[in-house]
Design a binder for this molecule. Structure first.
Ligand code: FAD
Length: 388
């Protein structure tokens, strides 16, 4: 038997099917060609290159795990692998794909009318139309069920009022999927860009996820036609089911960022010399690398196991919480350890590590904070709810 690969130490590769490998490789190639050459610039300038959307669409990555309407209809593991490769480039790109596919297209696919699906999904799958997902508000984050945004009937129309905060893709979106309380419970509304009474403002001065647009959405007596509402869902079940989809992508995505940090640190440790020898020869550095490798390998097996369960239809939301909690927490630890191996070089954009590290701070918080996922697991095992 050959010695283990330093990155895929447990040969997880051998557990993947040929189509899964092909998708993984094509996304990896795309990231090498289109993301890595410019990511430092985009991160520094705080820009997401909107034009890349159609390229992601051309690769079949937008809404890739959905069926029909121009979507690729891959299995969940392939979607996870794509998220991992994108996030090995930058969390901003994985966030774009997660929001587009799992938070904007998924609710239209699952809960939309035939007209809504026809109107939006093919263009969104192609990257010609961009979507966003408005759930969080300035005063409602971890507890979205207390949202203030409201939709009220005015004849056949709806009037939407409220503010959504921290919305990925907000100002570049052609359609916002917005969740608001109505007299029937929480409903989802499709709000096209340019609708009178709907405005956006980007959130400035972010030090994390800089190559991603994050915006505030404001609805001020925004009048919508009767058919703007998603007909097939009422209540928090709607937005929570979308979050569960997106969290699954994060379970994999975070490992991409972690892998990039580990590979960078490993290469650096082999070549950087101090005290007349490579720093990788010091026991303390080896301990760091070994710990990174252990967590990366465990995280991969966990992601793959959850992916196989998702494809079998047996995956529970609490199991996704376990995956998100573990893999993001460990990815952040790996990034921090990698940063120390790079010494002073670790704090510059010359290396990807601090960019990933800063990005992962957002990933730790969005789609349910690590504390909330901890409490979801606590409730699952004790039967006692500690978060409300
Ligand atoms: C870059 C970025 C992009 C985002 N994109 C989107 C998007 O596209 N759409 C969207 O709707 N939202 C988005 N979000 C918002 C994100 O989902 C929220 O930030 C997240 O849900 C946490 O809410 P909060 O920031 O208001 O923190 P809070 O809920 O105020 O929490 C603050 C702290 O208190 C802790 N806490 C809260 N409640 C409890 C409790 N019961 N027990 C223990 N600890 C608790 C939290 O864990 C956290 O540590 C984004 C956020 C970021 C940073």
């Amino acid at each position: 038997m050959p010695p283990p690969d330093p990155v895929d130490f447990l040969d997880v590769e051998s557990l993947l099917g040929s189509e899964e490998r092909m998708i993984r490789d094509s996304v990896r190639q795309f990231v090498r060609a289109r993301v890595l050459p410019d990511i430092d610039k985009w991160f520094e300038l705080g820009e997401f290159p909107r034009e890349v959307a159609t390229e992601l669409g051309g690769l079949g990555l937008l809404g890739m795990h959905l069926e029909g309407y121009g979507c690729a209809g891959t299995n969940a593991v392939s979607y996870g692998l794509a998220c991992m490769e994108l996030e090995a480039g930058d969390s901003g790109f994985r966030s774009f794909v997660s929001v587009q596919g799992s938070l904007a297209m998924f609710p239209i696919r699952r809960y939309g009318s035939e007209e809504q699906k026809q109107a939006w999904l093919p263009r969104m799958a192609a990257g010609e139309a961009i979507g966003c997902f408005g759930l969080t508000e300035p005063d409602q984050g971890s507890d979205p069920s207390s949202m203030r945004a409201s939709g009220r009937r005015d004849g056949e129309d709806w009037i939407l009022n409220g503010t959504k905060m921290w919305i990925t893709n907000g100002s570049i979106a052609d359609v916002a999927v917005v969740w608001a309380r109505t007299e029937d419970g929480v409903r989802g509304f499709l709000v096209p860009r340019g609708t009178p009474g709907f405005s956006t403002r980007d959130i400035p001065r972010k030090l994390s996820l800089r190559a991603s647009v994050t915006s505030e959405l404001v609805f001020d007596d925004c009048r919508l036609p009767a058919d703007a509402v998603l007909p097939d869902v009422t209540g928090m079940r709607g937005p929570l089911s979308c979050l569960n989809e997106a969290r699954f992508g994060i379970v994999w995505g975070a490992l991409g960022a972690a892998r990039s940090c580990y590979e960078t640190a490993l290469e650096y440790a082999r070549t950087r010399r101090q005290f007349d020898r490579p720093i990788g020869g010091f026991q303390l550095t080896q301990e760091k690398l070994a710990n990174m490798l252990v967590e990366l390998s465990k995280g991969m097996l966990l992601a793959l196991h959850l992916g196989r369960r998702k494809d079998d239809g047996t995956l529970r939301p609490e199991q996704v919480s376990l995956g998100k909690l573990n893999n993001v927490r460990e990815a952040l630890r790996i990034a921090r350890e990698a940063r120390t191996i790079l010494g002073a070089n670790g704090i510059t954009l010359e290396y990807p590590v601090i960019r990933h590290m800063n990005n992962l701070e957002s990933v730790l918080t969005y789609e349910g904070t690590s504390e909330i996922h901890t409490l979801i697991l606590g409730e699952a095992v004790t039967g006692l709810r500690a978060y409300s």
